[in-house]
Design a protein around this ligand. Structure first.
Ligand SMILES: [Zn+2]
Length: 189
């Protein structure tokens, strides 16, 4: 039960400054891959051995990152047979064109999530513990007889109007962004 109730506690989003490419890569593939992408951005058709050397990482670690990028359609490769050793070496190229499509997609998904959150904030009553243990919806709070299941304090009804305003603002920003991009797309056609 404890775990379930903890989930309703809202975390504030992390604030980081990343380039759009880094943001997409971190979101879709994982933040550990950003360093690799930085190398791939500068050079095309880089062998995975060279990448591993530059990253100072094991070849298998780098391969794993490359496969994840490949699955996200963010890299392409060519393979060439090494004449001396007889095995294939893979040469990788960053697929930067994909970034804007993925970024647009992420933005759309974020907007959807925000609108779900907004609806939830608007349609439910929330109860808080003074000790900031947790935040519960009305039904859950009722289940606990309006007592905090963590510390036993009486739960208080929360005024979430500020939270609603913040989400609304965030949504406006994203929607402006989305419609701006759509306008740009139309102009280019
Ligand atoms: Zn509490």
């Amino acid at each position: 039960m404890k775990k379930q109730t903890k989930k309703t506690v809202q975390k504030s989003p992390k604030k980081e400054t990343k380039s759009p490419i880094e943001e997409v890569v971190a979101d879709v593939v994982g933040p550990d891959v950003i360093a690799l992408v930085k190398i791939l951005k500068i050079q095309q058709n880089v062998s995975e051995f060279k990448l591993a050397a530059k990253m100072k990482q094991e070849i298998n670690t780098v391969r794993n990152m490359l496969y994840r990028l490949y699955n996200a359609n963010l890299v392409s490769f060519i393979r060439k047979k090494d004449q001396k050793k007889g095995w294939y070496i893979y040469y990788w190229t960053f697929n930067g064109k994909q970034i804007k499509y993925i970024a647009a997609d992420l933005k759309k998904k974020k907007a959807e999530k925000l609108s779900e959150r907004l609806a939830r904030e608007k349609n439910s009553m929330f109860y808080n513990c003074k000790n900031k243990c947790l935040r519960l919806e009305f039904e859950q709070a009722m289940d606990f007889e309006f007592k905090c299941p963590e510390c036993g304090n009486l739960l208080e009804q929360e005024d979430n109007s500020l939270k609603i305003k913040t989400i609304e603002k965030e949504m406006q920003t994203i929607q402006k962004d989305i419609s701006k991009e759509q306008r740009n797309k139309k102009n280019k056609k």
